[in-house]
Design a binder for this molecule. Structure first.
Ligand code: EPZ
Length: 421
């Protein structure tokens, strides 16, 4: 993680920003391209190192990829899919690599994928993915850090998820698309990225109903065909720029956003006295410099609750809000890694079990801080925009995993973020 950012506060952010395609939509869609031997064209693909890693993984399995990162068009053809084993190196690069297990099992009848380790935000188990695949008839074996799954055929089943896991919903939906008979998936995730994946699969000939609700019915089909699919805008990237506008008391217009997907974030911004208005082509977020950003409590929940991926970003905003806020993280067990770093910048935060109590201070102070994960890194970058003095943010690679040129795009809005390689 050699690159770092030097952030020099430079006043309110103002201007327009075009939101990229969603990282958490494109990664499962790329995994799903393994379900067909025909060519797929994925559009609105964000230029992220996670996407680059996923392309590398698909090619290591025998698929071909061609990516025009500037145009955002990525072609995948998995006709040549001939390996059922993913090398250990991929799981270190990309946790979402585990999403290939369902498609490979459905397409080849077997898969051997490294068991993802934990990461900065928690242990990240995959038991719900495996329970679902076993219910469809797969033999699952865990040995030497790899998960091996095999099934001469997959048969539809009724599956109830203990927790509405996004990844498990995606794994089961993809595998069940080519299973024999009907799968009914209950208590599943309802995130917009699930709907986007279902739209991709249905365009390829799958028969999936109810995506976006907590019960999804999948009638398996024999094969799937190649499709062209444009991924949805990234609601977390949009939320990041919205918080940046609020933090710097600026005025930013976002285009290529789906306002519906941002309702929990918009509602919370309005609750803390930030203005959000729908425009003909997106959203405008602005804050009256004379008005105060006030404290509010947050509890992260599965969609449509307040997104866990926005928790660190909102904590940066609450760090200088008027009053005391309590942020409770219910989705991941260790997602307060940014707290220690924000405290180095002068934030007043106390962790009590799964909650953080934030006493707003007038202003943070620039410091040397470290990004432990993608959203914590972005949160620290935003906090630095409004601090007193320069901040050195180490671990730029974490930010690059999930944000396309965040530094450059913040600078286009008036920020002063310098990347030091
Ligand atoms: C997806 O992760 C996202 N990643 C995450 O975004 C996001 O935070 C998360 O969903 C929740 O919205 C991608 O889509 C690539 P989960 P995922 O399965 O699928 C537990 C970001 O910053 N769980 O819904 O891993 C798990 O431990 C990333 O962009 C099990 O117990 O999330 C966690 O506590 C971070 N067993 C909770 O469920 C399982 O088999 C939510 O996990 C699976 C999950």
């Amino acid at each position: 993680m050699s690159d770092k950012f030097i952030i020099t506060p430079n006043g309110p952010l103002k201007g327009d920003v075009h939101i990229s395609g969603a990282k958490n939509a494109v990664l499962p869609v790329l995994a799903a391209t393994l379900l067909t031997g025909q060519q797929c064209l994925v559009q609105n693909v964000p230029n992220l190192s996670d996407v680059e890693a996923m392309c590398g993984l698909l090619e290591s399995l025998g698929a071909g990829t061609r990516w025009d990162a500037v145009a955002g068009n990525l072609t995948v053809c998995a006709e040549g899919l001939d390996k059922h084993e993913a090398a250990y190196e991929w799981v270190g690069k990309l946790r979402a690599s585990f999403l290939i297990i369902g498609p490979m099992l459905a397409r080849l009848g077997r898969a051997k994928v490294p068991l993802p380790g934990g990461c900065a935000i928690g242990s990240r188990p995959v038991d719900l993915h495996l329970k679902g695949l076993a219910a469809l008839g797969a033999e699952i074996e865990h040995a030497h850090g790899f998960i091996s799954a095999s099934a001469s055929k997959l048969t539809g089943a009724r599956i109830y998820l203990d927790f509405p896991s996004v990844g498990a919903t995606e794994s089961i939906m993809m595998a069940a698309s080519l299973a024999q008979g009907q799968t009914i998936l209950e208590n599943c995730a309802v995130e917009p990225e699930i709907v986007d994946l279902a739209n991709f699969l249905n365009a390829a000939g799958a028969d999936i109903r109810g995506a976006g609700t907590d019960t999804v019915k999948i009638n398996g089909t024999q094969t799937l065909r190649g499709v062209t699919h444009s991924v949805i805008p990234d609601r977390i990237e949009a939320g990041t720029f919205m918080v940046a506008a609020a933090l710097t008391r600026g005025d930013i217009r976002l285009t290529n956003v789906m306002a519906d997907h941002l309702k929990p974030v918009t509602a919370k911004l309005k609750e803390v006295n930030v203005s959000v208005a729908e425009t003909e082509d997106g959203l405008r977020v602005f804050h009256d410099p004379c008005a105060e950003v006030i404290a509010a409590d947050i509890k992260t929940m599965p969609y449509p609750g307040f997104p866990t991926d926005m928790q660190a970003l909102f904590m940066s905003l609450m760090a200088t809000a008027a009053g005391t806020s309590i942020i409770t993280e219910t989705v991941f067990e260790n997602r307060f890694m940014q707290v220690g770093e924000l405290k180095r910048m002068g934030a007043e935060i106390k962790i009590e079990s799964r909650s953080a109590v934030i006493e707003g201070v007038a202003q943070l102070a620039g410091a040397q801080v470290n990004a432990s994960d993608l959203r914590a890194g972005a949160a620290l970058m935003l906090a630095a925009l409004n601090a007193h003095g320069k901040t050195e943010l180490h671990g730029a690679a974490h930010v690059d995993r999930g944000y396309c040129a965040l530094d450059t795009r913040l600078n286009a809005l008036g920020a002063c973020v310098q990347r030091i390689s």
